[in-house]
Design a protein around this ligand. Structure first.
Ligand code: FES
Length: 255
């Protein structure tokens, strides 16, 4: 399509979206004016299509923790290119606590530089966050070589199933110590996510899988298991956990 025609089409699309956003906001305002309307609105938002549309137009906001996790996924390749990694530890009010991991040997960037980079990325996308702190929990409060991370259980890692129990593309539920984890092997890659659909917090492990796409069995949100990205609602993301294989077993560190 020639550039001019494409630009016109994009402008038209934007104008239609702006009109929809305006109309939806007015509709929500009207419904919220009275209790029966509020109730109907809550019921309507349970529909994944309505939820996705409200999310897309900024009428409802995604869970803050999931948004932070999504930003960390974006900066992870940069961290890894410097021999490091980042994990989300917790969110307390407007402060995000992260754990910095990785092989520091030969890395030209300091922990402070990396922390600042993570903070900048998070604050740019999530203005509600005011600060990023590096978690102070002993062995992991800084940059340490992965091969020097002593006893895994002492460092918060949970021993999962043997690698042989993970059939390619078939998610497996792993529960331990109050944590509910969804493990999946996609070729050579193993992913671990909180077994919780960001839509309404229901477990995902019984959902049908097509290739690398898992469908939530409750209301049909679809997720790309290779990235955790939601294909139904833009900006929604599964919460990833660090995962590794040691001694033919899968180990997971839930936050
Ligand atoms: S789509 Fe509603 S809980 Fe998953």
């Amino acid at each position: 399509m020639p550039d001019e025609a494409r630009n016109r089409a994009l402008e038209l699309k934007k104008a239609i979206e702006a009109f929809h956003r305006h109309a939806l906001r007015r509709l929500v305002r009207t419904l919220r004016a009275a209790d029966p309307g509020k109730e109907l609105l809550l019921r309507a938002v349970e529909d994944p299509a309505v939820y996705a549309m409200f999310l897309m137009h900024g009428i409802i906001k995604q869970d803050l923790l999931a948004r932070v996790a999504a930003v960390l996924e974006e900066v992870r390749p940069y961290m890894r290119s410097h021999g490091g990694d980042v994990e989300l530890v917790k969110l307390e009010g407007e402060v995000v606590y992260v754990r910095l991991l990785g092989a520091c040997a030969g890395c030209s960037l300091s922990v402070q530089t990396l922390r600042d980079g993570v903070e900048e990325a998070i604050k740019a996308r999530i203005p509600e966050i005011r600060r990023v702190e590096v978690a102070e929990d002993g062995a992991v409060a800084g940059f340490i070589p992965l091969n020097e991370v002593g006893g895994l259980p002492q460092s918060g890692w949970l021993e999962g199933p043997p690698i042989t129990e993970l059939a390619d593309g078939r998610p497996v539920r792993f529960q331990e110590g109050g944590h509910d984890v969804l493990l999946v092997r996609l070729g050579p890659k193993i992913m671990a996510y909180r077994n919780r659909c960001p839509h309404m917090g229901m477990p995902l492990d019984q959902g049908p899988v097509d290739g690398s796409v898992l469908m939530c069995p409750w209301h049909g949100f679809r997720y790309d298991l290779s990235t955790g990205e939601c294909l139904t609602a833009p900006h929604v993301h599964l919460e990833p956990f660090p995962v590794r294989v040691e001694g033919r077993r899968v180990w997971v560190r839930p936050n």
